[in-house]
Write a protein that binds this ligand. Sequence first.
Ligand code: HEM
Length: 403
Amino acid sequence: MTETCPAHATVHHWAVEPLDALRFDPLLHRLLREEPIARVRMRFGEGDAWLATRYEDVKTITSDQRFSRALTVGRPVTSMTPHTVAPVGGIGRTDHPDHTRLRRLVAHAFNRRRACALRILAQEATDRMVAAMAAQGPPAELTEALTGPLPEQVIGHLLGVPAGDFGRLQGWRAVILSSDASPARSSAVKAEIAGYFRNLADHRALDPGDDLFSELVSAQREGALSRPELISLSVMTVLNALDQVRNQTSTMVYALLTHPEQLALLRAEPALLPRAVEELLRFIPQRNGVGLPRIATEDVVIGDTLIRAGEAVYVSYLAANRDPDVFTDPDRLDLTRDEAPHLAFGHGAHYCLGAALTRMQSEVVLSTLLRELPELRLAVGPDQVRWRRHTVNRGPETLPVAW
Ligand code: HEM
């Protein structure tokens, strides 16, 4: 549905319906081609907001400090969820210099070197899980056998979260990253998970381990970050790690198994794997709707659109990744593609902290499955796979495979 408003041309009412498998949001597809800076209104919040879909515009907006995250706090900007996923004081809702300070505290833990060290642990865990699948024989449910538990082990090791606590954390994740939990339910669950990390922080203060969380607890005691910052940083990191890596690696497997000619290319040339992972990241629509908005701190012209001070702006990294001005035949999965870098992990100051960890786990999962289970296939028809609904991030509910 569209309507005309006096101040701006047209407002698109974006219901953000749940989409299955690899289906791309039809509104994003259309706006990218016809109205690259558009006005949208989603189901919750107030008023409407700008939505930028073109690759170059998305890069410009996300690297320009005149678009603020801190100013979103306390503003009911139109949104796809009735609650705000990112916590106040969280890294996603701060600007420089607070944002830079928080990133510095954790960036070293998430860099390529750390991901390389964690690769050994991830590879051993994956080998064990795939061997267990093989020993038990087909079929298997991949999210239960591998892509769910792997990120738990990796982030558990990095942050020092005890393995036995993941059941509870997964329950909280499901509510906080749901797209229809009520604000009251989401706040209650956020309070519970914050309580969990406060408790863990008290334990680590007395008995520090060799993990990122212990490091952050000691940084907090030295005054480098506040207690609410410590808690929200830990919550965001754990929730993202559990949700996104599971969804992404499972969907990568689904995408390869449903594009046999691409899978054959990768089997024939395993060295293609890092490039294949980048193309899968570009191609897979990882989420529903859009993430956190930004607020213009002054009038800014983007393309030929004037964005006024105080107005809210969303960018769609998904749409930018399908921009036909940047990617040839953008809706085609092409593992040999060597064009511009994708924007799946965002861009600019808020670029995803977990990018190296995600790439590493994707490479480990895909290379191990290709090597150990060369006959891997879906155990049900591609249309029978059930997909998560009413969630922020997309991914299969279950992924039955055989070999
Ligand atoms: C396929 C997997 C993932 C995708 C597609 C993804 C994507 C993104 C995107 C688009 C952003 C926001 C960029 C922006 O706001 O401009 C982001 C930020 C972030 N991601 Fe990820 N992410 C993934 C995995 C992870 C993992 C595994 C972790 C943690 C271990 C993580 C932690 C974070 C954090 C903490 C931020 C906020 C950074 C900041 O505001 O400075 N992400 N991610």
